[in-house]
Design a protein. Structure first.
Length: 456
């Protein structure tokens, strides 16, 4: 028994550390690339012909359509493949899906540096959506399956912390890579100077591609005494208790709305920061990184606190952080000061670092381990479907109403953030109305009692 216990502890440790490190490395690559993409697009289009610091204005709004198209193409493929990869991971195992996705990430890191036109960036981003679908929902399911439910929120919080740490460090890596490229390639074309940071993606992700080979397939879901009824369940998603299906439906529809909101922000945030907050890659990178640090500091203590709450209290905490985040999002478009932007973005990051792992933990507790790949995959699919439209909508509003009023006397810049906030608040209302923790518990207990009666 002792040896089995040690072996079990070892595989849990490998999986937890492995998934957390992979989430960090991949987001470092994303953060580094996302900082450089607007400048790279402008250079490929011939708009940017000098280094940004030599210009009075960069005019990043001229790249907003391409940025929106990149985000939409990424989310379109991710939405299609996320549900499929989740289902396949329930049937074939988590590890093969993650290995495939990480390998594809690594190949794409090199191809980004070889592009010669904006449409090629859009095409590569679409392929990257497939890689993302193979990694993220499956990695979350693997992590949840590898730990007991008493520490589930904390494990997911560490996962989100490292993901956000990658987002904090990524822009710094991107700006450093830009500075190195600028000095090493003095006299080279602007396009060539902005190619180098994409090679950082490959360097950052390669260790993760190697690390994924050491992950172990979970033998069974890790549960506590109150969850045995989940693991005894033999049906699919359609046979789940009614209260569980209502809860999942509220999460999924909210996911679409939040995807729309996140999509709008994904296409306009970096452009907004360059246009109104700071114009150089270094200052933009520092603004995004500093604001992310606050979220990293508060995330794990908040998750430790959440693990001790009842299901009803966890729902209240989720709704509170969601509401605060959406209100702050609606304010951002009115900000013009560098440090006030960092302050508001920091508080926004704190709320997101609390709500993201808490949502995943709540979803994981609703269903048995054999269905978690599908549940997480569908959550990603619904969220990503909203993000297909969101970036294009945000880019259209931002560009066409950049200097003119869009609605109620507000500019397109301001309305982009307000619309995103409003969509998120509608999603909050759906979760409030249709996720009932007490009804979920009652119906699982009733189903468990009926199963015991049938079995004699």
């Amino acid at each position: 028994m002792a040896s089995m216990h040690k072996g079990e502890e070892r595989y849990i440790r490998i999986n937890v550390i492995g998934v957390i490190v992979i989430s960090f490395l991949v987001t470092v690559g994303f953060g580094a690339a996302n900082l450089i993409v607007p400048y790279y697009i402008l250079a490929l289009k011939g708009v940017l012909t000098q280094l940004p610091e030599k210009l009075e204005a960069v005019h990043a709004e001229r790249a907003v359509v391409e940025i929106g198209a990149m985000a939409s193409s990424f989310m379109a493929t991710r939405a299609v493949f996320a549900a499929l990869s989740g289902w396949m991971s329930d049937k074939l195992g988590r590890r093969p899906m993650i290995i495939s996705g990480m390998t594809l990430y690594t190949i794409l890191g090199v191809l980004y540096a070889l592009t010669t036109a904006p449409w090629q960036l859009i095409a590569l981003r679409a392929v990257q959506g497939v890689a993302s679908a193979l990694v993220w929902p499956v990695a979350e399911a693997l992590l949840v399956d590898s730990v007991i439910s008493e520490i589930r929120t904390r494990a997911l919080s560490l996962y989100v912390i490292m993901m956000n740490a990658g987002q904090v460090i990524g822009p710094v890596i991107g700006s450093i890579a830009y500075e190195i490229s600028k000095r090493m390639l003095a006299g080279a074309t602007i396009i060539d100077i902005f190619r180098v940071p994409f090679l950082v993606i490959t360097i950052a992700i390669l260790p993760g591609t190697i690390l994924v080979l050491f992950l172990k397939e979970p033998k069974e879901g890790k549960i506590r005494s109150g969850e045995e009824m989940l693991e005894k369940f033999k049906g699919g998603l359609s046979r789940l208790p009614r209260a569980v299906k209502r809860a999942l439906a509220s999460f999924y529809i909210s996911g679409v709305l939040n995807g729309l909101a996140a999509g709008i922000i994904s296409s306009v945030m970096i452009v907004y920061v360059i246009d109104f907050i700071a114009k150089t890659p270094v200052k933009v990178g520092m603004a995004l990184s500093i604001s992310g640090i606050a979220g990293l500091v508060i995330a794990y203590p908040a998750a430790h606190y959440a693990d001790k709450l009842s299901d009803v209290e966890r729902k209240s905490l989720l709704l509170l952080t969601y509401i605060v985040a959406r209100v702050l999002l609606g304010i951002i478009g009115f900000i013009r000061g560098y440090w006030i932007f960092i302050l508001i973005a920091a508080v926004l990051n704190v709320t997101m670092n609390i709500s993201m792992p808490l949502l995943r933990s709540i979803q994981a507790g609703l269903v048995p381990s054999k269905l978690r790949g599908r549940v997480f995959g569908l959550q990603q699919a619904f969220f990503n479907s909203g993000m297909v439209i969101g970036p294009l909508l945000g880019a259209y509003i931002y560009k066409h109403y950049f200097n003119s009023t869009f609605l109620l006397g507000l500019t397109g810049v301001q309305m982009s953030f307000i619309i995103a906030a409003a969509l998120g608040l509608i999603g909050v209302a759906l979760i409030f109305l249709y996720y009932n923790p007490e009804a979920v518990k009652s119906e699982w207990e009733k189903m468990n009692f009926e199963m015991k009666a049938v079995m004699g």
